[in-house]
Write a protein that binds this ligand. Structure first.
Ligand code: RIB
Length: 301
């Protein structure tokens, strides 16, 4: 069982002709609300991929539907609390090229305390995986506690902020980063070659394996001297929101099945490529059978 302590958001989506400029007022072409939050998306993706995942989260009482949605997909939600607070939410603009811009309100996602940390560290067996992103509070204490208890930590430092640089990152077993996050962590220019970013990450965190996702430039896995590359799939993106989360959930589910790293990368890349072709965050995550059909399709031969 993987334990994911992560955000649950209500995503407010606005389809816009372009991302709003400073000082501009822009009418959106459409509006909708769906399940999101990097934590919830990653748990959902993992469950849809067939993985065993227990989500630790906090949600406003009035939004229990979001917890129930995770439960229906197979996520263990026994540690999702309903609280008398506003849920986290995100305001998401998506433009005609599928690019997005997001404003986050953390809400209940920032109400974690020592009680949650201790309960999680007691519940998880040594050697079990803990997954975290950067949308919840109390990460330094959680990472230290998990490390002390012998958990394997997978960390996705998104959305990136300076506080990430103060975390005990060398306690992490596996890091999922995109180009911007890799540059921030290493101090290298964002436009650096992938090999340079990988070398920088290895120099900074020699004992941590890394998955570097580069969108249209594919994805890399690095552990010590070992490197694997997964090319991107040529698809037309309508909305990239949640694509990274889909990738991570599928990768971890394949790892849980003890598949090879090449298989983990391929499954994750195909799932994310399907996800970007449909709108929404959680709503865009494909089920495993669809991903398997895509992997086996003649265009992949
Ligand atoms: O990664 C996508 C997610 O980022 C969205 O679902 C939104 O809630 C923000 O957390």
């Amino acid at each position: 069982m993987l334990h994911n302590l992560g955000s649950i958001n209500l995503d407010h989506f606005y389809r816009v002709p372009h991302l709003v400029h400073p000082g501009e007022t822009l009418a959106s072409r459409s509006y909708g609300v769906g399940l999101g939050g990097k934590g919830a998306n990653q748990s959902l993706a993992m469950a849809l991929a067939g993985g065993q995942v227990c989500h630790w989260g906090r949600l406003g009482r009035q939004d229990a539907w979001a917890r129930d949605r995770l439960a229906r997909a197979g996520v263990d939600v026994s540690h999702v609390e309903l609280v008398d607070e506003a849920s986290g939410h995100a305001i998401i603009q998506v433009d005609d090229h599928g690019e997005n811009a997001i404003i986050l309100y953390p809400g209940a996602n920032h109400g974690f305390t020592r009680r949650h940390r201790d309960a999680l560290c007691d519940a998880a067996r040594p050697g079990a995986w803990l997954l975290v992103q950067n949308e919840c509070n109390a990460l330094p204490e959680l990472l230290e506690c998990a490390h002390r208890h012998g958990l394997a930590i997978a960390f996705n430092p998104a959305p990136m902020s300076d506080t990430v640089l103060e975390l005990p990152l060398d306690a992490c077993t596996l890091l999922f980063v995109n180009r911007g996050e890799a540059a921030w962590l290493t101090g290298l220019p964002e436009e650096s070659d992938a090999q340079v970013l990988l070398e920088g990450l290895h120099a900074r965190l020699p004992r941590t394996a890394t998955v570097l996702t580069l969108g249209r430039e594919g994805a890399w896995y690095q552990s010590g001297e070992e490197r694997h590359f997964q090319p991107a799939l040529p698809v037309e993106a309508v909305d990239t929101t949640g694509a990274g989360d889909t990738f991570i959930g599928y990768f971890l589910a394949a790892m849980q099945e003890r598949r090879s790293i090449r298989d983990c990368l391929a499954l994750a890349a195909h799932a994310a490529a399907l996800g970007v072709q449909r709108p929404g965050a959680a709503d865009s995550i494909p089920p495993r059978d669809e991903v398997e059909r895509f992997l086996a399709s003649p265009s992949n031969a």
